[in-house]
Design a protein around this ligand. Structure first.
Ligand SMILES: NC(=O)c1ccc[n+]([C@@H]2O[C@H](COP(=O)([O-])OP(=O)(O)OC[C@H]3O[C@@H](n4cnc5c(N)ncnc54)[C@H](OP(=O)(O)O)[C@@H]3O)[C@@H](O)[C@H]2O)c1
Length: 286
């Protein structure tokens, strides 16, 4: 029988807004048992109520601040305490920051939220995914990865911070680390793919204040941004489409695999990024 998401345990990060919320809703409509990860209890409850109304489905809600690795570790502990297997992990949470900010742990916030949390959470839940095999890891990257340049000697952007450059680098990291997971998970029955959702009219970038918010809204009009319903399609496809059974290490755009930037296929860079990430957020340590 073809692989189906019905009855499968699916965890979605960034599930209280935009593409992640819509992805969670669509997967719940397909019968998945969805675990929402959010950072705000009220927004989480609102998403749960929406999915109950629109999909007729109960969901679980877990709270975590994915910018803080201690919080990512607590999240993984909660997941492990509640479930003995995980079928799909959708690492969707992400942000753009025009100005450099540090987390409480002293990490640059875009790097921590967009890349390091994805690396650590996937590593901490690896054995639950293996227990759920055939299982899937779905990482939401962006076409912005094509402009990304990674300086392994300055991962915290201490020397130079340009918001879009740092965001693009974090999205290149998403594709690289997905591909490295795909290689390391080979033979386990767990696949790992990354994707571009499209240019989507969501709350993305609004955390930077009204000027950047307006600029993004204007860009959305000029660039014909798509709706969150359309923007969630590639995530839903990656998480649920039976045709992707066994497909791993691919970058998806508009519901099909496409070739990412050459830098995203650099296996040596991926290994070195993995090692640097492991130094900062060891999967085995705390
Ligand atoms: N919109 C686009 O055009 C576009 C294009 C390419 C790629 N993407 C990617 O798509 C993904 C989803 O973005 P979106 O467009 O749906 O934007 P969004 O509406 O702003 O949603 C982002 C989600 O990430 C969550 N998040 C941010 N920082 C977090 C933290 N520290 N801890 C926990 N959760 C955190 C947010 O939580 P709250 O709900 O609490 O705010 C929100 O649910 C991102 O990875 C983004 O890079 C978006």
């Amino acid at each position: 029988m073809a692989w189906s998401v019905e009855g499968r345990r699916v965890l979605v990060t960034g599930a209280t807004s935009g593409i992640g919320e819509q992805t969670a809703l669509e997967l719940a409509r397909r019968g998945a048992r969805v675990v929402l990860v959010g950072r705000d209890a009220a927004r989480g409850a609102a998403t749960q109520a929406r999915i109950a109304t629109e999909a007729g489905a109960e969901t679980d809600l877990l709270l975590a601040d994915l910018a803080e690795m201690a919080s990512v570790r607590r999240l993984a502990e909660q997941v492990r305490a509640r479930y003995d297997r995980l079928d799909v992990l959708v690492n969707n949470a992400g942000l753009f920051l025009q100005r450099r900010q540090l987390t409480g742990e002293g990490l640059e916030r875009t790097f921590a939220t967009n890349h390091l949390s994805m690396f650590l959470l996937t590593g901490l839940l690896r054995d639950l995914l293996v227990a759920g095999a055939p299982a899937r890891v779905v990482n939401v990257s962006s076409e912005a990865h094509r402009r990304g340049r990674i300086d392994l000697d300055d991962l915290q952007s201490e020397r130079r911070y340009r918001g879009f450059a740092v965001y693009s680098a974090s999205k290149l990291m998403n594709v690289l680390i997905t591909n490295e997971f795909a290689r390391r998970l080979d033979g386990t029955g767990v696949t790992a793919n990354s994707l571009h959702p499209g240019f989507v009219r969501s709350n993305f970038g609004r955390n930077n204040g009204p000027v950047v918010g307006l600029a993004i809204a204007a860009l959305g009009l000029v660039g014909r941004a798509i709706t969150v319903e359309q923007g969630a399609r590639t995530s839903v496809y990656a998480a649920a489409d039976p045709s992707l059974e066994g497909v791993t290490g691919r970058y998806l755009d508009r519901e099909r695999p496409v070739r990412p930037a050459d830098a995203a296929l650099d296996e040596d860079l991926a290994r070195r990024l993995w090692d640097a990430s492991e130094q900062l957020a060891p999967v085995a340590g705390s």
